[in-house]
Write a protein that binds this ligand. Structure first.
Ligand code: HPA
Length: 233
């Protein structure tokens, strides 16, 4: 048991799939895993462990944004010795040609957050995906016939920003594919604690055209991303 997770030792698998929304974690556990059981109900941040093709896998919510995600990642990595974390998230794309539902694999994560600088004496750490995991995800996607894009993403602290129309221009100009809120801290903490990590992101919003997927569309658009995550888990 840790401060925010009530699981007993051994209840959580070495591989954990994370999602901001704990309801999505429940949905994946109920529809994709066999023999799943819930290991955490603290703050309704549900986590489940079950098996997929004979392999023990956990899936858990983290909440939105880096501060919430960092709490759960710390406890998973330090108190429960988790070794592999795959994020299944949503993002708003800021490059033309990326449709709603498209899957992005985050090779690196830029950020407007001070959360990393405070840990690196004011300097900038480059948060990167685990290369082997990224390569196997790409291979799994190719085998499934799922089109994916690999590149740099932007992890922001603010979903709503007073300067919304202008703030993404410089990131667009530097080939950032999309905006989300968790990957930079995931990759930094994975480096710190010797964990392999990869962030998979389904485009749920287009920040350029303001198109947005309905809740229902979001759920079905996740299928490719979840399949890729399970294949490399
Ligand atoms: N901004 C930040 N995070 C997001 C977005 C967005 O537009 N869409 C999905 N996650």
């Amino acid at each position: 048991m840790s401060l925010h997770i009530e699981a007993k030792p051994g209840d959580i698998a070495e591989t954990v799939l994370i999602s901001g929304d704990p309801k999505r974690a429940r949905h994946i556990a109920e529809t994709m895993l066999t023999d799943s059981s819930c290991f955490n109900e603290v703050r309704n941040m549900h986590g489940f462990t079950g098996s997929f093709e004979g392999k023990k896998i956990s899936v858990m919510g983290t909440g939105m944004g880096m501060p919430s995600t960092a709490i759960y990642l710390h406890e998973l990595m330090v108190d429960y010795q988790v070794k592999k974390v795959i994020r299944m998230g949503t993002c708003g794309c800021i490059q033309p040609g990326l449709e709603l539902g498209h899957v992005i694999m985050a090779m690196g994560a830029s950020t407007d957050s001070n959360i990393n600088r405070s840990a690196f004496n004011g300097f900038d750490f480059a948060p990167l995906a685990d290369y082997a995991l990224l390569e196997s995800a790409r291979k799994a996607a190719l085998e499934m016939g799922a089109e994916t894009t690999v590149g740099n993403v932007f992890s922001t602290d603010l979903f709503y920003h007073p300067d919304d129309s202008k703030r993404y221009q410089v990131w667009m100009d530097h080939n950032i594919l999309c905006v989300e809120m968790e990957t930079a801290i995931l990759y930094t903490m994975a480096s710190r604690f010797g964990v392999s990590a990869l962030s998979l992101l389904t485009v749920s919003d287009n920040i350029l055209t303001k198109a947005s997927a309905s809740t229902l569309d979001r759920e079905s658009a996740f299928t490719d991303m979840v399949q890729i995550a399970l294949k490399i888990a």
